[in-house]
Ligand binder design. Structure first.
Ligand code: NDP
Length: 290
């Protein structure tokens, strides 16, 4: 079986490292060619000498599975430039946060990603977890890979299937909606939940998000807001979020696929907090040339 991983950053490097332990032909694609990558875990650095190439230089056969682990903002472009990597049997796993980018692909397999890390300069810090969750549908190639991963005790990567995928995916979107918004816009870490004002604001934002998700039918339990607030309060106070790190680095955020995605679904619902959050995130990116 031939497998590709596009985007060898915090998420893609962990997927790539684990796939390389299997007896498959795995090819890694980045923006620039490189002779390998370094992952730091619990303070120790490990170099993995797996060649990274660029998609435009690839002249081999199409792949059976393609993992795409870039920022969601890069997906539209990739969907238009990776046709030589795929054929009608290729299963494309999208490893991004957010929603609304599936429309760029034929038969995408979106995943909820439980791989926590951060790329800093040329080192990838892997904090915890190596799991991808996908919907419980048959995918012959992915199913073979799942079996191979299960049989190989050395590999940490797990691909799990869930019949409850829709709810879990929306819950992840809502978790990101709450904490990403307030950490990015305050440029501060999870310690801000010490402030009652931030807690109240985040709660209101989540309630609006839950109302949007449940507008047509109940997908997420209404008590999800309480659960999410408890999760935030338990985070390490120094923990940032991807959107926080993007803003600190003056980089483009994924707000189009998180906050703006929900905003686009609000219909007639009153969402005063979300409206302000979306306006400010839009303004943050305005004329920055992304
Ligand atoms: P990173 O920025 O660490 O990695 C993205 C990688 O994609 C970079 O190495 C980047 O290259 C590469 N890339 C960008 N464009 C292309 C392209 N056209 N072709 C090939 N490679 C490309 O992001 P993350 O891994 O953190 O995030 C990926 C997704 O996973 C995001 O949607 C994120 O929200 C989600 N996620 C991240 C988690 C985390 O803890 N990091 C947790 C859960 C989800 P370059 O370095 O040159 O820019």
């Amino acid at each position: 079986m031939k497998i590709a991983v596009i985007g060898i950053g915090a998420v893609g490097s962990v997927i790539a490292r684990e796939l390389n332990m299997l007896d498959y032909d795995t090819v890694l694609f980045g923006r620039q060619p490189k002779s390998g990558f370094t992952i730091s875990e619990a303070g120790e650095e490990f170099f993995y000498p797996y060649r990274i190439e660029t998609m435009d230089a690839y002249q081999g056969e199409p792949f059976d599975i393609v993992f795409i682990a870039v920022k969601a903002t890069a997906l539209n472009n990739i969907s238009q430039t990776f046709h030589h990597l795929i054929n009608e049997g290729t299963e494309v796993i999208l490893c991004e946060n957010g929603m609304g980018y599936e429309r760029y692909f034929n038969r995408p397999v979106p995943a909820v990603v439980y791989i926590s890390g951060q790329k800093k300069n040329d080192i990838i810090e892997h904090f915890q977890d190596s799991t991808l969750l996908i919907e419980d549908n048959p995918h012959p190639n992915i199913d073979r890979l799942i079996t191979a991963l299960d049989k190989n005790p050395e590999t940490e990567l797990e691909i799990k299937k869930s019949e409850d995928f829709e709810r879990i995916r929306y819950e992840k979107l809502l978790i990101n909606l709450g904490i990403n918004s307030v950490t990015a816009l305050s440029k501060n870490t999870s310690k801000i939940f010490d402030l009652e004002s931030v807690t109240q604001l985040t709660r209101s934002l989540l309630e609006e998000g839950v109302a949007i998700v449940n507008n047509e039918r109940e997908i997420v339990s209404p008590e999800f807001t309480d659960r999410a607030m408890a999760i935030y309060k338990n985070y390490n106070p120094e923990m940032g979020t991807s959107m926080y790190y993007d803003v600190i680095a003056n980089a483009e955020t994924e707000y189009i696929y998180i906050q703006k995605y929900l905003y686009g679904k609000k219909g007639n619902l009153e969402t005063p907090v979300l409206d302000v959050i979306v306006t400010l995130l839009e303004a943050y990116q305005y004329k920055r040339g992304y």
